[in-house]
Design a protein around this ligand. Structure first.
Ligand SMILES: NC(=O)C1=CN([C@@H]2O[C@H](COP(=O)(O)OP(=O)(O)OC[C@H]3O[C@@H](n4cnc5c(N)ncnc54)[C@H](OP(=O)(O)O)[C@@H]3O)[C@@H](O)[C@H]2O)C=CC1
Ligand SMILES: Cc1cn([C@H]2C[C@H](O)[C@@H](COP(=O)(O)OP(=O)(O)O[C@H]3O[C@@H](C)C(=O)[C@@H](O)[C@H]3O)O2)c(=O)[nH]c1=O
Ligand SMILES: [Mg+2]
Length: 297
């Protein structure tokens, strides 16, 4: 099987290069034409709609695993056109061109397609109602792919972190090294999910052949708040010996931490479909975090 991975320098893309390698040949694309280790790869910008068909004709994959996205949640509020181009129009054209060539498409979406007013984990067919531009653009991407006629799998994930790339864990470790106290919101609930878990689950799914088209939620098990996640990050970093001083992490409310974009108050995703359809039982978010701290030591 030949796989093409746009967005290979992102958190998920980077992890996918390793996880998918066990399944066959993997070709990466990035906007710069280079991977982070300096190796050359295909140069491709998902917002350049007319470049999509020629990329597919040049590389001829069986499956595209699209990890490229506009993920700057606050910036998207003032950069609506760019967010929609990368998260909706690019995926739309990608899916249409995949359909025309019999190529299957794996794509990632987000818990931010929900408004966060729910009180039990969201299922795949629960009503979506994004409250920010990023969520709107990702939902438009989902819908365009579903309408494209391409064989597709949309994996909705959340709160992605890892040792690679820009994410909350790395922000906490950086800021925690500079300050004695951090203030973190304790009224937004969700599930931190490491990039390796998303990549491994994607490979596990594809190993058994491309599934029936649809949406599947893919997150670690359990739930916490950003404040709970921050506390756990410092606990793990202390016991793994990554840091020698633990900052105080003060719980605050969303109102105490104004941001450009609104974020859902509750965006836990139900993974029953992942477990029943694919036999994948995700580890608890806390266990998954421990794995990462261990890998670093
Ligand atoms: N991060 C998170 O918390 C979550 C992410 N997701 C989804 O998971 C997927 C992967 O996200 P993640 O790995 O975390 O994201 P990252 O921000 O780590 O990586 C995204 C990658 O996409 C690339 N990219 C951005 N714009 C374009 C473009 N126009 N053309 C080509 N490449 C582009 C970036 O390239 P460059 O390095 O050049 O900027 C970057 O390497 C996305 O679909 C995202 O929406 C879902 C839920 C949570
Ligand atoms: C850095 C920091 C953030 N926060 C808050 C802001 C926000 O509500 C929350 C998380 O901040 P972030 O900027 O990391 O979160 P954000 O960029 O909204 O993360 C989201 O990214 C997109 C791509 C997704 O798809 C989502 O699943 C989610 O992971 O923590 C604090 O309270 N204190 C702090 O010191
Ligand atoms: Mg980036």
């Amino acid at each position: 099987m030949k796989m093409l991975v746009p967005g290979a320098n992102g958190q998920v893309g980077h992890a996918l290069l390793r996880s998918l390698a066990t399944l066959g040949e993997v070709a990466a694309t990035t906007r710069s034409g280079r991977l982070e280790d300096g190796t050359g790869c295909e140069k491709f910008d998902l917002a350049d709609l007319d470049a999509i068909a020629s990329l597919l004709d040049r590389t001829r994959p069986d499956v595209v695993v699209n990890a490229a996205a506009y993920t700057a949640v606050d910036r998207a509020e003032d950069d609506i056109e760019a967010a929609f181009r990368t998260n909706a129009e690019g995926p739309r054209r990608l899916a249409v061109e995949c359909a025309a060539r019999g190529i299957s498409l794996v794509h990632y979406s987000t818990d931010y397609v929900f408004d966060g007013q729910g009180s039990r984990p969201y299922r795949e067919d629960d009503a979506t109602a994004p409250i920010g531009v990023y969520g709107h653009s990702k939902l438009a991407g989902e819908q365009a792919i579903a309408d494209s006629g391409a064989r597709h799998l949309i994996l909705r994930t959340a709160w992605v972190y890892g040792l690679h790339g820009a994410n909350f864990l790395r922000t906490m470790l950086r800021v925690g090294a500079e300050r004695d106290e951090l203030r973190v919101v304790a009224d937004q609930r969700g599930t931190p999910t490491p990039a390796w878990l998303i990549a491994d689950a994607t490979a596990d799914i594809l190993r058994n052949g491309f599934p029936e088209s649809g949406i599947v939620h893919l997150v670690a098990d359990g739930e916490t708040t950003w404040h709970g996640f921050a506390e756990a990050i410092f606990d793990e970093a202390m016991s793994a010996g990554l840091i020698s001083r633990r900052p105080v992490v003060t719980a605050i409310t969303t109102a105490d931490y104004p941001t450009r974009a609104s974020r859902p108050a509750y965006s836990v995703l139900d993974t029953t479909r992942l477990q029943q359809q694919f036999g994948i039982e995700p580890p608890s978010w806390r266990q998954a975090l421990q794995t990462l701290a261990a890998a670093r030591t």
